[in-house]
Design a protein. Sequence first.
Length: 224
Amino acid sequence: MSDSSVRSTTRNGGEISHPLFATLYELSPQGFLLAPHREYLADDLSGRVLDLGCGTGDMFPFVADAAGDDLEYHAVEPDPHMRTRAAERAREVGLPVDLRGDRAEALPYPDDSFDVVLSGMVFCTIHDPDAALAEVARVLKPGGEFRFLEHVHADGWQGTGQELLNPVWKRVAGGCQLTRETVPRFVGHEAFSVAEIERLEFGIFPATPFVRGTLCRRRGGLVG
Ligand SMILES: C[S@@+](CC[C@H](N)C(=O)[O-])C[C@H]1O[C@@H](n2cnc3c(N)ncnc32)[C@H](O)[C@@H]1O
């Protein structure tokens, strides 16, 4: 596979940069826990697909395995340390990826340009998740799918523990927040209907529980 099959560009000003987190993320032993959920995200992908905040490219092997002939894969990853590893991973698994350094809050694509947008543990970290969700709605074609796997704010004592830990956690975990209320944010957005959503009690405290699901971009005019 030639280098030209991974296109990497950086736009939109200041970069997010967490070299230590990028190294630790790549070495993390979480892979076997996440594998079935990555298979869900990658299932039967076709057309133009965007991987939001692709990190070190952990989705790429799953996408390469499940890809149809007409797949055109794009990814954004603003952290250059993550992005370099993602480019290497794409080459290793033979997945052509148009990889860019933009943030989810300001995607460099026209309206209605993707069939599927994927998000794997990204809405915990994005600085402005409402702006990012509006961008997902904008770039998805009507009827297109937003597939996600995200860890969210827990209930009860675990939720209280997350609130206490969050100030330290976000410093050591590349900006990841433990207390994001991602389900109401997603379910309440008028540009989407919920195809499926499931709460998953896997993972290790404090980054648990998870939600996994698919939203469909409504047909008709976009709001906002
Ligand atoms: C926990 S990692 C998840 C990586 C990957 N999606 C996966 O499934 O393993 C979160 C990623 O989101 C990226 N990120 C942070 N802020 C972002 C933003 N505003 N837009 C897009 N990605 C962002 C981080 O650099 C990091 O690579």
